[in-house]
Write a new protein. Structure first.
Length: 332
């Protein structure tokens, strides 16, 4: 009886703690959104911003959206398939759907909740949680490493502030160091006969296969090049002349803000990062915010609509319900 009481107390205590964290996270998101709106009203001419958005070339926005759905997310799913191959081979179409489902949840909830959804969906296909988490970690580290490499020319092309140079160096150096460390762990733990370390090594196993790791690198570069093209289209849509320095700086600043997932879909922070980068290369604040809005909306709206439609399917909806415990762990 005493054991049951202690267990009930610990469960109720966990639930209260989780609710408190959720309330605090929501309060923080509202506060940050409020700050973004206040800065927007203070530093941006709202009439000029409206004119910039009304005058945008929405044919280019449609092209951006098509490229995002047909190229960027497809390459992302293809890369994920290669990362998962040492654990289990899954159809590309299924992983594409899982990517969209994860994007939809990330766009609606803070703290990268979509990553937990992807783990839960994979678990239904028999992929161990630790292994699938390992592939997602590799995704993020690989993204940061390639982003850092693509942005390395920026200090030679733009008079960047010292803190931006430092951020760039940390992104490139930190991600490369992390890849080396993960590769060492994969080799050190792959001979384990079982247990947690073996499961972790399975998620990192791709780093032990030179050809497959090279394919992942190529696909990651392709993803970022598509993203650079989308930014160029967004800048052109509002009348800005794209340059490599400009689009690479937008990509860097947006992803730096995305590294701190506070608001649902990074609304506010995403636009602020894009606007700050555009202003550095000579755009007006209104043009910069317009670029951020178009670049964000062309991702957020279709991802959320299609991703929710995917989740509404019976099998995926059950996977989401069955994976609520994974989501609870990810939020802690």
């Amino acid at each position: 009886m005493g054991h049951f009481a202690r267990t009930s107390f610990s469960v109720s205590h966990f639930e209260r703690s989780r609710r408190v964290r959720t309330v605090l996270r929501c309060a923080g998101a509202v506060a940050i959104l409020g700050v973004c709106v206040a800065l927007l009203c203070r530093h941006v001419d709202l009439a000029a911003l409206g004119a910039a958005l009304r005058g945008a070339d929405y044919r280019l926005v449609l092209l951006m959206t098509t490229a995002h759905l047909a190229l960027f997310l497809l390459v992302k799913a293809w890369r994920w398939r290669i990362l998962l191959a040492p654990i289990q081979r899954l159809p590309l179409g299924k992983l594409y759907q899982y990517c969209l489902a994860g994007c939809a949840i990330t766009n609606l909830f803070p703290a990268r909740a979509g990553q937990a959804v992807r783990v839960a969906l994979l678990r239904r296909d028999g992929v161990p949680v630790v292994g699938s988490v390992g592939t997602l970690v590799l995704e993020e580290v690989g993204n940061a490493a390639v982003l850092g490499l693509l942005c390395l020319p920026l200090p030679f092309l733009l008079p960047l502030p010292a803190h931006v140079r430092l951020t760039l160096a940390l992104v490139a150096g930190g991600a490369t160091t992390a890849l080396v460390l993960l590769g060492w762990l994969a080799r050190a733990w792959k001979s384990r006969s079982g247990g947690l370390l073996r499961a972790v090594a399975q998620g990192l196993a791709i780093l032990c296969e030179r050809r497959a790791a090279g394919s992942v690198l190529v696909l990651t570069i392709m993803m970022w090049l598509v993203d650079l093209g989308q930014i160029a289209l967004a800048m052109r849509a509002v009348g800005l002349l794209p340059s490599y320095a400009g689009i690479a700086l937008v990509l860097l600043m947006v992803n730096v803000t995305n590294a701190f997932p506070v608001t649902p879909g990074q609304v506010g922070l995403f636009e602020a990062g894009a606007a700050a980068a555009c202003v550095v290369v000579g755009a007006s604040p209104e043009q910069g915010v317009a670029v951020g809005v178009l670049y964000h909306v062309m991702q957020l709206v279709p991802e959320t609509a299609i991703g929710l439609a995917v989740l509404s399917q019976d099998t995926l909806a059950r996977a989401w319900r069955d994976g609520t415990q994974v989501g609870a762990v990810a939020r802690r």
